[in-house]
Structures are given as structure tokens and as C-alpha cells.
Ligand binder design. Structure first.
Ligand SMILES: NC(=O)c1ccc[n+]([C@@H]2O[C@H](COP(=O)([O-])OP(=O)(O)OC[C@H]3O[C@@H](n4cnc5c(N)ncnc54)[C@H](OP(=O)(O)O)[C@@H]3O)[C@@H](O)[C@H]2O)c1
Length: 382
């Protein structure tokens, strides 16, 4: 793969389509969810709502330490707004008073956003002219469609360059995966680590560096690194494990399964994006994890949820066959992160249920426990 050149930094620190109905909807414009207690509005909700002005007036105030706080609502383009992360992020920004447009690829996307309060705008990550048109009159672009589409990152950085528009890129703590084969690691990553990723995630990390380097040239760019996101019975990693276990009648972990991965609840991710949009200094990256789990425990909980006889250990090669090479890498790896920066700089505070609670007693039980193997049709990701 050809990589764009990353300018030196100074002191800063092709996604397959997914059935939109495979997870519980995170709710309508109010951010609620049937059957899931998302809690009372927080102090932050109240603060944000109280300073809603006219949409698009997005005035910004620069404070001492280059912390830029938005004092009015912005017009925001969210890519991936029909997806798991993007829909939650778009809804949270909208609930907070921002005017949100969602990039959609087709009529299905338009229909998916109907009645959500998010305006659909046609476009495709692979078509820079459609991205340019979609981002024409916005104050910010929040990219949640793909962490791995290097070309769209380059295109979006070009589009926002020198315009004052903010750009938030979605990466992931997958950049820290270590291919430990199920062995534990004591390493907990901060965003400041001088870091060399494994080749499998090199392109993703490179896009992070490109995004952060744009801040050195004066653009307001930010990188978000959610860990294993869960909630509403959906997401990326847990459904891969659940589908494979349902299909094969066996829940698996790699090696000894003592590798640990950070995790974070979907609504807490959406809240972090809202805070980052409004408060993050240019050139910031944020790891987002509220807890972490050993993969062996997740596999055991998946087995219990589906009524299977415990979880079994498999090799990396078997994992690649069962889950696809990409998921096999994350399932065999440690990805442990420190999220102190999000808490201290953004005021982020995770509120969601723990992954184990949501998996064993919450949304995953409601969505997955009664499924039959015959209705599992999705292929493993290449
Ligand atoms: N979920 C997690 O735990 C997690 C954690 C960290 C990072 N990430 C990364 O974040 C990204 C989004 O994750 P997700 O779980 O939200 O995935 P998802 O549910 O599959 O959503 C992907 C979204 O991107 C859109 N999209 C895909 N390709 C596109 C293209 N070429 N042009 C325009 N839109 C396109 C999809 O639109 P359609 O509706 O038209 O398909 C959909 O709205 C992924 O790269 C993932 O690896 C996810």
C-alpha cells in the first residue's frame, strides 16, 4: 500500500456493509433507548443545551493553553451516520443542539436516517468530490465511517485545510494490538507513547499521524481512539464472536486467553465525541476505554449467554479461519489504554454499564440469547 508522507510533528502530542437492524437502535433524537437505562441528563447535557444559539453560528473562543471552546452550535457533517458508531455520535451531537448532516451512500441510507433529525447528504468515501460538496458549508467534519480508509483521510484533510473547519477522525485502540497470541501484557498505552504499530494496523496509525500533523499546519484536527465498543447488542468485535459461536456451536479464545482489551459503552463514546468537538485542542488524540476484560472471560460469557458448553482455546490459525484474519488479530491481542487525557482535558466520565453486565444481563442478552444459528448469515470480515 502506498502511504502519503507524514510531515514531521513538533510538540503536539473499506468497510463491509452491515445490516442496520443487527443491533438495537440507540434511540431517537432524545438519545433514549427502549429497555436501556441511559440515565438522567447529566450536568453536561444541561450546560450544552443552555447555550444553544442559532444553528451554524458556531462562534469559537480561544483560551490561554490553546484550548478552543465552542460557544454556539455548529453545522457538522458526520460520515458513517447510518453505522453503529456514527449513528450514536450524530444523534448525540444533534441532541446537544448542533445541526447534523449525515453522509449516506444511497436510498437505504436516506431511509435509515429518516425521522432521526439527521439530514442525509449523498456521498461516498471513495469519491472526494462528493465529500467536498457534502462538507461545503459545515463547521466541522466528524469521520466515523472508517478507521482504515487512508484515501478518505487524505481527501478530508485536504478539504478542511486552511478553512477553519474542525476535523475529528475515528481511529481505534486497535492501533495498539500486539498479536500476543492470548498472553497477557503489562503495557498500558497513553496517547503520548512513541509507538511502532504491528504491520497489520500500520496504515491506521499512519492516518492518525497524518491527521495530527495537520494541526501543525494550523488545522483543527483531533483523533479519537475508541476501544472495544459495546452496547445495544451491536458493534464490531462482540457480534463477530457471537455469530461465530452461534454458527459453530462453540465459543473460542486464542491461546490462554489472558490478553486484555479495553472497552467502552457506545453512549460514552458518543459523549466523548461531543466533548471533543467542542473542547479538544487541535492536534489531540484521545484513547477511550472505561474498563477492560480478558478475552477468555468474554468467550466464557458468550458461551453462557448462548447456552454452550464453556469456551475453548484455539490457535491463531484456527481463529483466522473462524473469525476472519482481522478479527483474529484483535481477539489474540492486548490493547490496554489509559484514558486519563479524555477525562482531564475533555471532562469525560464514562457512565455506561460494564461490558460483562451488558453482555450477560443487558442488551446482548435481549438481542442474541434467543437467536437460532440458521438466521446467522453474515460472512466473516476479510
Ligand atoms: N465498533 C467498534 O468497536 C469500533 C471501535 C474502534 C474503531 N472502530 C472503527 O470505526 C469504524 C466504524 O465502525 P462501526 O462499528 O460504526 O461500523 P459500521 O456499523 O459498519 O458503520 C460503518 C458506516 O460507514 C459507512 N460507510 C462505509 N463505507 C463507506 C463509504 N465508502 N462511503 C460512505 N460511507 C461508508 C456505512 O454506510 P452504509 O450504511 O451505507 O453501509 C456505515 O454508516 C470502523 O472502521 C471500525 O473499525 C469501531
Amino acid at each position: 500500500m502506498v502511504m502519503a508522507e507524514v510531515p514531521p510533528r513538533h510538540s503536539h502530542r473499506g468497510t463491509p456493509r452491515r445490516d442496520p437492524l443487527t443491533f438495537e437502535s440507540p434511540g431517537g433524537i432524545t438519545g433514549g433507548c427502549p429497555g436501556v437505562d441511559v440515565g438522567e441528563p447529566t450536568q453536561h447535557d444541561v450546560t450544552i443545551r443552555s447555550r444553544v444559539l442559532a444553528p451554524g453560528s458556531g462562534a469559537m473562543r480561544q483560551s490561554r493553553c490553546s484550548h478552543t471552546e465552542v460557544v454556539g452550535p455548529m453545522k457538522v457533517l458526520v460520515t458513517g451516520a447510518t453505522g453503529y458508531l456514527g449513528r450514536a455520535v450524530a444523534q448525540r451531537l444533534s441532541t446537544a443542539g448542533h445541526t447534523v448532516a449525515g453522509l449516506v451512500r444511497d436510498d437505504l441510507g436516506i431511509r435509515t436516517l429518516a425521522r432521526s433529525g439527521i439530514d442525509p447528504v449523498l456521498g461516498d468515501l471513495g469519491d472526494p468530490s462528493s465529500l467536498r460538496a457534502a462538507a461545503e458549508d459545515v463547521d466541522a467534519v466528524v469521520e466515523t465511517a472508517s478507521a482504515d480508509n487512508a484515501a478518505s483521510v487524505v481527501a478530508l484533510l485536504e478539504i478542511i485545510a486552511g478553512t477553519g473547519r474542525r476535523f475529528i477522525r475515528t481511529s481505534g485502540t486497535g492501533i495498539y494490538t500486539d498479536m500476543a497470541g492470548g498472553e497477557p501484557s503489562a503495557t498500558v498505552h497513553t496517547e503520548d507513547d512513541g509507538y511502532t504499530p504491528i504491520p497489520e494496523v500500520g496504515s491506521r496509525y499512519h492516518s492518525d499521524l497524518l491527521t495530527l500533523a495537520a494541526a501543525d499546519a494550523g488545522d483543527h484536527t483531533v483523533v479519537m481512539r475508541p476501544s472495544m465498543v459495546y452496547g445495544y447488542g451491536g458493534s464490531e468485535q462482540l457480534p463477530v464472536l457471537l455469530r461465530a459461536a452461534l454458527r459453530d456451536g462453540v465459543s473460542r479464545y486464542t491461546g490462554r486467553g489472558l490478553n486484555r482489551y479495553g472497552n467502552v459503552y457506545l453512549d460514552d463514546v458518543a459523549e466523548a465525541y461531543l466533548l471533543a468537538l467542542e473542547r479538544a485542542p487541535a492536534g489531540s488524540a484521545y484513547n477511550l476505554a472505561a474498563g477492560e476484560c480478558e478475552m477468555r472471560q468474554i468467550a466464557a460469557d458468550v458461551a453462557r449467554l448462548l447456552g454452550l458448553d464453556g469456551a475453548v482455546s484455539i490457535s491463531m490459525e484456527e481463529a483466522a479461519q473462524a473469525l476472519g484474519p482481522r478479527s483474529a488479530v484483535s481477539m489474540a491481542s492486548n490493547s490496554r489504554v489509559d484514558s486519563a487525557r479524555a477525562r482531564t482535558e475533555l471532562g469525560w466520565s464514562a457512565q455506561g454499564p460494564s461490558l460483562v453486565d451488558d453482555l450477560t444481563r443487558g442488551s446482548y442478552r435481549r438481542v442474541w440469547a434467543l437467536r437460532e444459528p440458521a438466521i446467522v448469515t453474515e460472512k466473516v470480515r476479510a
